[in-house]
Design a protein around this ligand. Sequence first.
Ligand SMILES: Cc1cc2nc3c(=O)[nH]c(=O)nc-3n(C[C@H](O)[C@H](O)[C@H](O)COP(=O)(O)OP(=O)(O)OC[C@H]3O[C@@H](n4cnc5c(N)ncnc54)[C@H](O)[C@@H]3O)c2cc1C
Length: 411
Amino acid sequence: MERPLDVAVCGAGIAGLAAAVLLHQAGHRVRVHERDAHAATRDQGGSIGIDGAIGRRVIERMGLDDVFAAVSHPEDATGRVVDAAGTVIRPPRIDPESRDAEVERPELRRMLLDHLPADTVRWGHRLRSLDERDGRPHLTFEDGTDAVADLVVGGDGAWSRVRASVGGTEPVYSGITFLDRRFPDVDRDFPSIAATIQRGTLFAHTAGLGLIAQRIGGNARVYVAFRAELDHVRSAPPAALRADLERTFTAAGWDPSLTEFTTAGEEPGTVRPVFEHPVGHRWDGRVPATGRRVAATLVGDAAHLQSPFCALGTNNALLDAADLVDALDGAGTVEDALAAYESRMWRRAAAAAEAAHASIRAFMHDEAPAEHLRRRSTASCRPDPAVDLDDPWAPEYLPARFGSGARAAAE
Ligand SMILES: Cc1cc2nc3c(=O)[nH]c(=O)nc-3n(C[C@H](O)[C@H](O)[C@H](O)COP(=O)(O)OP(=O)(O)OC[C@H]3O[C@@H](n4cnc5c(N)ncnc54)[C@H](O)[C@@H]3O)c2cc1C
């Protein structure tokens, strides 16, 4: 595409900001509309594993690898699995060649924000709806203002308003909820928790119960995972859920060093039900009022929300941004570019969604942890080091990355 476009990005999460940075670098005029009042309005969630073969390549392409290296933690990009007694059943795999790294979400977001021109983001500007006016996308915001653009990029997350306007569907509850518990300054205030986690991520699970404990820098965060009805977790106070979990982990015979993740600290934690898009989620891009295709598309969780068990959501959001910009670069019209971008992204997203769905099922399986270890020996979210992943569209990429069923899921 030769002419610069006026692009309205909805959402200043990682997906929206990554798209904004790459679109700006490609010469387009970008405005980001974000509902939050500022970048630190709410807790952004736990740390993110950036895969050296996926997300990191996009960061390199942005020219931000040195900045990323300064704020990320390669030493925490390891994981080990223990059983309910605390015995290691899968040790960490240390790969000296790996470029994987953990990063705190606010750091990643700040890195992207710092590489956009001042005033690109309109904070406190919540999208209400998207329709089409005179052949162009027309955005209406909750504060009564509106805007038109040549292209709208919906990076507005799991409950995307852009998606609702272009024929996408809402994610469904996985049946699993996390109680998200934070342990700041873990060495000083929670030394026994620090000693149990050691470095990186500790996974522990039995039938229907799990712990994912992350250590990054001086802080720790623990996701206590359990099966539950959605109505129950939405109505029960977090303190009551925490007390229930303490009893359940103890009754199931978990070692006190692990049960402590539910008991330590004052704050009960934040309840986070895990939602997923069905494998193969797509949309037709037509606004209901006219039935015509509008120049709008989706990136990140708005496009493909998946369980975090493959640690791919942000990595794929970064790839979405790169693919969208490449598609715009290579096409004569916005419509052609969106068709090219979406077919590529849908193919990748379907394979990742299937892998993440299988992974959460195996993790919380009645026969956990054996079922999860069995699955990991045949299908993995991690790339096979023997395969060249420079081109994520090489025919061998999907099976290498996600296991042999992945190619079928993507077709
Ligand atoms: C526990 C957990 C661990 C994870 N670990 C990893 C990992 O290790 N690696 C990995 O790759 N992924 C991981 N993920 C997935 C990752 O968090 C997400 O895929 C990623 O953050 C999605 O970014 P996003 O920008 O699409 O969405 P979000 O981060 O949700 O951003 C959406 C933005 O849009 C804004 N917004 C929403 N509605 C509107 C509106 N109407 N108008 C304007 N703005 C709006 C929101 O305020 C928000 O700023 C994990 C997820 C979870 C839950």
